[in-house]
Ligand binder design. Structure first.
Ligand code: NAD
Length: 371
């Protein structure tokens, strides 16, 4: 399917294509998506641990999208994926022939699940091929790359989502709602931790700045940043940050442990800790009349929490990835809200860059202008 650029789209409107879009449930913005599809085909790019352990299995549980194709640099993985997910040969691509996916009507969405420094290249190629794009987190390794992805998707008139699975997770929604409705009053202090111990393989790409773009902050820190934003229900206006290492010889190319403190315009203050050498999986909001906590806040299992009056938050087991991908498909098919748009991935990258800048300037307060 050829991408419809803004220019082409305007000219199509003049030719009467607008009437087709207006008489269907498909949002005008994505009129290039076939109108008769009930389920959108996804191609996963990169068949590493997240695709293998989470996204592939999640796509067996989705209602509005399904696994239709794979793109890999490891041909030995293809037979096993073909068999497990019933993928025809014509929907299996290498990184080299990936751009020919443009002609494949089975594929509506390309989901980029590669090392962070490869996200921008593959997302832009996917958009140019006229496919909607999901980009794993962190969206890219710089704000400039986020802008390039956003612009490519806008030019091709395709949808762009970031793989922020917690944006579709029901316990997290309940936490956000309690803050937004002021169930325990205004949040005064919000904190979030996100980390794990990434030892074992010193050659892993996550410890290599050229592939990861950064360390713990870009990997897990984006969850902590998202966490304090849910907990404050507003965007921060400034940040100060510090970097530490408990094992500088192992974590020698990328950040191991970062702490950062945030101010919000309403007077709320926040802090995060993210690490590649310590576990962290919590969001806490201390409010005027009580507190709310998620303690299992970003892990794959059941997300659970509690509050100062003994209320339990627990939406039970489900595939966070299935919920996330279905939400994105419903955005394309029915015009539902895009819960994790590219602008959100870019916003978080602006915060990450400000954190690195604060560290470089000895903990200086960096002002943020976010929207
Ligand atoms: P992984 O190392 O398990 O897989 C990476 C894949 O990229 C492999 O298939 C590998 O063959 C391929 N690859 C291509 N070029 C490579 C290169 N030069 N070096 C290394 N690998 C290369 O990683 P992963 O855990 O699947 O993570 C992939 C992406 O998904 C990352 O951006 C990560 O942040 C993101 N992720 C997100 C979540 C989430 O909860 N949303 C969870 C895990 C990973």
């Amino acid at each position: 399917m050829k991408p419809i650029t803004r220019r082409k789209f305007s000219s199509n409107i003049a030719k009467g294509a607008a009437a087709i879009a207006l008489t269907s449930n498909i949002p005008m913005a994505y009129a290039c998506t076939p109108q008769n599809k009930k389920s959108l085909g996804i191609a996963l790019v990169g068949l590493g641990s997240y695709s293998n352990g989470q996204l592939g299995p999640g796509l067996l549980k989705t209602k509005h999208c399904h696994l239709a194709g794979i793109v890999t640099g490891s041909p030995e993985k293809v037979p096993q994926w073909k068999e497990k997910y019933n993928i025809p040969d014509k929907n299996c691509y290498s990184y080299e022939d990936f751009d020919t996916i443009e002609d494949n009507k089975d594929i509506d969405i390309v989901y980029v699940v590669l090392p962070n420094a490869m996200h921008a290249d593959f997302c832009i190629r996917a958009a140019k091929a006229g496919k909607h794009v999901i980009c794993e987190k962190p969206m890219a390794v710089s704000v400039a790359e986020c802008d390039a992805i956003i612009n490519a998707c806008a030019d091709a008139n395709v949808a762009l989502g970031v793989g922020y699975r917690m944006q579709s997770e029901p316990s997290t929604d309940r936490f956000k709602e309690m803050i937004a409705t002021r169930k325990y009053g205004k949040p005064h202090v919000v904190t979030a931790d996100a980390g794990y111990v990434s030892r074992g393989n010193p050659d892993q790409w996550r410890l290599d700045k050229s592939l990861a773009g950064g360390g713990a902050l870009l990997n897990m820190g984006v969850y902590a940043i998202q966490g304090i934003i849910y907990a404050a229900q507003e965007l921060p206006i400034s940040v100060t940050a510090q970097e530490f290492s408990t094992d500088p010889s192992y974590y020698n190319d990328t950040d191991e442990t970062i702490t950062a403190q945030f101010k919000f315009a309403s007077g709320t203050v926040g802090s995060i800790i993210t690490s590649h050498n310590a576990k962290g999986d919590r969001i806490f909001a201390s409010c005027e009349n009580g507190w709310i906590e998620l303690d299992k806040a970003h892990s794959y299992g059941v997300i659970r929490g509690k509050t100062s009056d003994g209320t339990v938050i627990d939406s039970g087991p489900q595939s966070q990835q299935a919920l996330q991908m279905d939400d994105f498909a419903l955005h394309i098919l029915k015009g539902a809200v895009n819960k994790a748009p590219g602008s959100m991935g870019k916003r978080d990258m602006i915060i990450c860059e400000a954190i690195y800048e604060s560290i470089a300037q000895g903990g200086k307060e960096i002002m943020l202008t976010l929207s």
